[in-house]
Write a protein that binds this ligand. Structure first.
Ligand SMILES: [Zn+2]
Length: 326
């Protein structure tokens, strides 16, 4: 049952009832008004009789996020009518198009750097955040992150991160301050259970790369025949409203690459339920030096496809490679 959110939804329904009554004099369609009031009263009655939030067909709980979006929901996703299903599919298709529109160009060449990424939602939309923004000084800002949860709710938070970082990057703050501000806004504007792990970096024209890692999987630096893992410098963003972050600096030379990924990659499972794992990833990158960013991503995807025997990942997956070209 949805006991935790039920008091809140009850308040919303009562509020909605008052608004409908207030609007009655200005309402030109009394039949429509009566129908809406009846629906609200029926939901309140379901709360009183302890069956609120249960699907009227299968009697299993309705998905909580759908009740929050519409407290009048009476059927679980599996038991929608064909027209409701079509409406939902159209909504998701539109959401997916909007999310795709938020992504940067797939490949970028910016003064001494080449970047390529692969973004693959597990469903219609993804909770991963991936961005590439050129700074006024020709530096490249890159962000790769993973929002808690999956599906539509996570994709809304992804869009929130996108808007925040696009704004923060444009005012050219030091990296740690940028992530601190993003974390504060994210914390203040989301539910307590929501957070995001992310790596925010800046590749400068002189070959220096700054990295601020908020609880995300360590980026891998492929350099001089070695693969070096660069550990996190802070907690995920949005966990506490006043977090502070530190920055790691690395120097990259021609041919060196930096590889970033979300857990949809490293935690993919084979047929026996074993994880792909970070060790397998490190040795794969160690055996294949001097590849272009696109070739690195392609190699990783091929290896994952073989490992999972072609099964699609159950989680959102994002890969990014950044190579120094001069
Ligand atoms: Zn059902």
């Amino acid at each position: 049952m949805v006991t935790a959110i039920e008091p809140l939804l009850r308040e919303q329904l009562i509020d909605r009832r008052h608004k409908l009554e207030d609007a009655a004099s200005a309402f030109h369609r009394p039949a429509e008004l009566a129908r809406l009031l009846k629906e609200v009263d029926a939901a309140l009655l379901r709360m009183d009789t302890g069956v609120y939030g249960l699907c009227e067909v299968c009697h299993e709980p309705v998905e909580t996020e759908r009740l929050i979006a519409d407290p009048l929901t009476r059927f679980c996703l599996g038991d929608l009518t064909p027209s409701e299903q079509r409406a939902l599919e159209e909504d998701l298709e539109l959401a997916s198009q909007i999310q795709t529109g938020l992504l940067p160009p797939r490949t970028q060449h910016i003064d001494g750097w080449e970047v390529f990424y692969h973004y693959q939602p597990a469903g219609a939309v993804s909770g991963d955040y991936c961005d590439l923004i050129k700074g006024e000084d020709q530096s490249v800002h890159f962000v790769l992150g993973d929002v808690s949860g999956k599906g539509v709710a996570a994709s809304m938070l992804m869009a929130h991160l996108n808007a925040m970082f696009r704004t923060l990057i444009s005012i050219n703050l030091p990296l740690e301050q940028m992530v601190e501000r993003a974390s504060r806004v994210f914390c203040e504007s989301t539910l307590p259970t929501q957070y995001a792990t992310l790596v925010c970096g800046r590749a400068n024209t002189n070959g220096e790369v700054e990295l601020c890692n908020a609880g995300h999987l360590p980026p891998l630096l492929i350099q001089e025949g070695k693969v070096i893992s660069i550990a996190a410098t802070g907690l995920p963003v949005g966990v506490f409203c006043s977090e502070s972050f530190a920055v790691n600096r690395v120097r990259m030379n021609k041919g060196d690459s930096l590889f970033l990924y979300t857990d949809g990659f490293s935690e993919s499972l084979d047929g026996a339920g074993k994880e792909f794992g970070t060790d397998r990833l490190s040795s794969l990158l160690n055996d294949n030096h001097n590849l272009s960013p696109e070739a690195i991503i392609s190699l990783c995807r091929t290896e994952l496809h073989t490992f999972t025997e072609g099964r699609l990942p159950g989680d959102d997956l994002t890969l990014m490679a950044i190579t120094r070209t001069k």
